[in-house]
Design a protein around this ligand. Structure first.
Ligand code: SAH
Ligand code: SF4
Length: 420
């Protein structure tokens, strides 16, 4: 029997797509290899959103060269955003790679099966479900629209069927993923939207929780906020990337909103759902970012107090508007210092927010075991560790929080186990 190994880096979409390839391979009788060196097929699912990720991909490809030499029958597949529209250049650079697939593509020799073996990507009980591919926004720093193409939604029927099938095999939580989930459906004939999709998925009996990411501040609709508020399985948690707290930088980024619009949106969300958890993405050191402009970003973090912040240093991506029109003129040492400032500030904020949960009893969906303790997540997507001897994986339980930190909670199982 042949075996495969998938190496994945990057966003949740990549993780979901790796799982799809894995599903296909298993459907054709392949098994997962214990390590990259044992595999007959190696799949590299790549990311080039930042230089840091791209360097890791290049490194991985270099490391595979001697492996291919030692095992000429090894089949190497490269997919993800490293693969551009014209793969000829890549073929020259990496002649030992057998297949080059654009994000989400499958090789011809791996046709779909009538009865795919369903699997899930996030944990044993939680799955990422792609609902819309690509992006039409062209933020000036971002390579994604060039590598993933324009927006293309999957039909509601297809998504609902997939989630129903996953729920049948024990998946309790789904996270709907797309570069901009707020655009879901505009390209389909019946023009459904994310609010409609959430309402439909909420009816799937075996499913306990629904999440979605990533939202775009310029596109989030009142209908979506209302659906989040009303549908009981939709978790009140959202990733809403602000990227910068300065209007001039936001304009240069081509984000399509001003910081006042962003504040208004956060207010609307918190008014509708006071318990909502909000996370964001930040880029520091965008071309021309002054000390004052960076402080505007810090002020937004202090005032809006996010549950988590994903911060990155700007890296120019060849082919983007920013890379060809703006000089990458913030010194690396300054970028690093700004990144550290954001991380330190956010750690303090997250510590304070999380400490407010001390002593509270929260609903936790149990993902599995970790170092002898159960690990799960709250509806606000915070990780909780707790002890217990019963088999709890996939169960929704109540946990009383006994210790909090900036990244996770410790707790003890509360007497009543909710088995819904
Ligand atoms: N669609 C999402 C994000 C996609 S990329 C959105 O609209 O925000 C994920 C994150 O990578 C972005 O939020 C951004 O913070 C970061 N990123 C994208 N391009 C980058 C670049 N050139 N340099 C640094 N960070 C970048
Ligand atoms: Fe990139 Fe902007 Fe599209 Fe997000 S919305 S994927 S940052 S172009």
């Amino acid at each position: 029997m042949h075996s495969y190994f998938i190496w994945t880096i990057g966003c949740q979409m990549n993780q979901a797509e790796s799982e799809k390839i894995s599903e296909r391979l298993r459907g054709h009788g392949y098994i997962e290899a214990p390590s990259i060196n044992d595999a007959d097929i190696v799949i590299v699912n790549s990311c080039v959103v930042r230089k840091h990720a791209e360097d890791k991909v290049i490194n991985k490809l270099h490391n595979l060269k001697p492996l291919k030499k030692a095992k000429p029958n090894l089949r190497i597949i490269l997919t993800g955003c490293f693969v551009d529209q014209d793969s000829n250049e890549l073929r020259k650079q990496y002649p030992y790679v057998d297949d080059f697939l654009k994000p989400g593509e499958f090789p011809d020799w791996l046709p779909p099966k009538d009865h795919p073996i369903k699997t899930s990507a996030r944990s044993a009980v939680s799955a990422y479900i792609p609902i819309i591919q690509g992006c039409n926004n062209f933020c000036t720093y971002c390579i994604v629209p060039y590598r993933r193409g324009r927006e293309k939604s999957r039909t509601m029927a297809e998504i609902v069927t997939e989630v129903e099938q996953l729920a049948q095999i024990g998946i309790r939580e789904v996270t709907l993923v797309g570069q901009n989930v707020d655009s879901y459906g505009h390209d389909l004939p019946e023009k459904p939207d994310l609010a409609m999709l959430l309402t439909q998925l909420n009816q799937i009996k075996e499913l306990a929780r629904i999440r979605f990411l990533t939202n775009h501040p310029k596109d989030m609709s009142p209908r979506l906020i209302e659906a989040m508020r009303q549908q009981n399985k939709v978790c009140r948690q959202i990733n809403l990337p602000v990227q910068s707290g300065d209007d001039e930088i936001l304009r240069a980024m081509h984000r399509g909103y001003q910081i006042a619009d962003y504040y208004a949106l956060i207010n609307r969300l918190r008014q509708a759902m006071p318990d909502i958890a909000i996370t964001t993405d930040i880029i520091v050191g965008f071309p021309g970012e002054s000390e004052h402009q960076f402080h505007n970003t810090c002020r937004v973090l202090e005032e809006l107090r996010f549950d988590a912040v994903h911060v990155a240093s700007y890296s120019p991506r060849i082919g983007t508007y920013a890379a060809s029109h703006f000089a990458d003129n913030v010194e690396p040492a300054i970028k690093k210092a700004r990144l550290n400032t954001v991380e330190t500030l956010q750690e303090q904020i997250a510590r304070e927010i999380n400490s407010s949960f001390l002593g509270q009893t929260l609903e936790v969906l149990v993902d599995g075991m970790n170092k002898g303790r159960w690990q799960g997540r709250t509806r606000s997507d915070k990780t909780v560790f707790f002890g217990g001897t019963d088999i709890l994986q996939g169960k929704v339980v109540n946990v009383t929080i006994s210790k909090t930190g900036p990244w996770s909670f410790q707790g003890t199982l509360a007497p009543r186990i909710n088995t819904c």
